[in-house]
Design a protein around this ligand. Structure first.
Ligand SMILES: NC(=O)C1=CN([C@@H]2O[C@H](COP(=O)(O)OP(=O)(O)OC[C@H]3O[C@@H](n4cnc5c(N)ncnc54)[C@H](OP(=O)(O)O)[C@@H]3O)[C@@H](O)[C@H]2O)C=CC1
Ligand SMILES: CC1=C(/C=C/C(C)=C/C=C/C(C)=C/C=O)C(C)(C)CCC1
Length: 313
């Protein structure tokens, strides 16, 4: 197999970094990885992890998904502009009541998570179409399928990604291009820390007492526990890539990395009126004294049993 060129965005930490390292360390050297990040002063962690793959199967480049010029410069400096696999990973979260968020903060989330992908594709898709080959892998989220309390704008940005990709995938087939949406549940990365810290610092004075209480004493209070019980590691998510997505003969259009989460994303298909997921999440959150903790314990049990099954296979 000829070496494939992979461009990954957002490699200063988390899933992007783990994936870049995983692919660069491939024993058969099947990948040449362009690991990009918006701020090269953050490259030390990646450089350390890359060790002897640096300058060989891994190169670090600057790319800000919110800056068209930086995308153009990065792509133009790749030999023949050839990118076989694009991994659109750069993204950011935002939690809290919308009354306490500014429109500018919301626009930054949409600009990064949605328009970031659009900008990348405007630059890279025409070359892929000409070559009639290429695989576009997008890190979406389970929140691209199901909204979650206090994640209104983040979920909207991932829904936008999903709708955009569903439409584009039809055209892409004509050019023999593949699109794959990766939909992780919670992953323990900088994302979780940044979102939690911003949530803790949030000025809640614009929210009524009940909403502020719901955010602080229900959502934030359980946030860490949710990540601890349901959260995957960035390496686990990266593993899925090589095994199930990039190397697959027929890569899936959608792939959820966390099977514990799948049941909650199917509820909307079980009820055409759409009430079932809303009611279920409402009960999980607002009867959290019983149901919220019961559901967390249920998730924990599932996780324990799936780990046990993996260990015994
Ligand atoms: N962690 C989670 O629970 C989940 C995450 N995801 C998605 O996974 C993806 C990766 O997140 P994750 O690894 O968890 O989080 P991290 O915060 O660890 O990584 C996010 C990366 O995106 C980069 N980034 C942000 N804005 C830009 C930009 N304008 N241009 C280029 N890079 C940018 C960050 O760079 P910098 O260091 O400069 O900020 C960082 O490298 C995101 O799309 C996220 O939405 C999906 C489901 C769950
Ligand atoms: C509130 C709530 C939940 C929280 C889920 C969270 C917080 C998921 C986060 C996902 C992320 C961060 C995805 C990133 O793209 C549960 C456990 C499903 C059920 C109980 C109610």
């Amino acid at each position: 197999m000829a070496q494939k060129t992979v461009l990954i965005t957002g490699c200063s930490s988390g899933i992007g970094l783990a994936l870049a390292i995983k692919l660069a360390r491939d024993k058969q050297k099947r990948f040449k990885v362009y690991a990009t990040m918006r701020n090269l002063s953050k490259k030390e962690k990646l450089e350390k992890a890359a060790s002897n793959t640096l300058g060989k199967t891994l190169e670090i480049k600057q790319l800000d998904v919110c800056d068209e010029e930086s995308i153009k410069t990065c792509v133009s400096n790749i030999s023949e502009r050839r990118i076989d696999i694009l991994v659109s990973n750069a993204g950011m979260g935002l939690i809290g009541p919308i009354e306490c968020q500014t429109i500018d903060e919301m626009k930054t989330v949409m600009d990064t998570n949605f328009f970031g992908l659009v900008r990348l594709l405007k630059e890279i898709l025409p070359d892929m179409k000409k070559r009639k080959s290429g695989h576009i892998v997008i890190i979406s989220s389970v929140m691209g399928l199901q909204g979650i309390l206090f994640n209104d704008v983040y979920a909207a940005s991932k829904f936008a990604v999903e709708g955009f990709c569903e439409s584009l995938a039809i055209q892409a087939l004509q050019f023999k291009l593949r699109l794959s949406l990766i939909e992780p549940g919670p992953v323990i990365t900088e994302f979780e820390k940044k979102v939690y810290e911003d949530g803790m610092k949030m000025d809640l004075s614009a929210a009524d007492e009940e909403t502020a209480h719901m955010f602080t004493d229900v959502y934030l209070k359980n946030y860490n526990q949710i990540f601890q019980s349901l959260g995957q590691s960035a390496e686990e998510v990266a593993e899925v890539f090589t095994v199930k997505i990039i190397l697959a003969e027929n890569p899936p259009f959608r792939h959820q990395t966390n099977t514990l989460y799948t049941p909650v994303t199917t509820l909307k298909y079980a009820d055409p009126n759409g009430n079932l997921p809303i009611d279920s999440f409402y009960k999980m959150v607002f009867h959290h004294d019983r149901i919220f903790h019961a559901s967390l314990n249920f998730f924990k049990l599932l996780r324990w049993s799936s780990r046990k099954n993996i260990a015994s296979t």
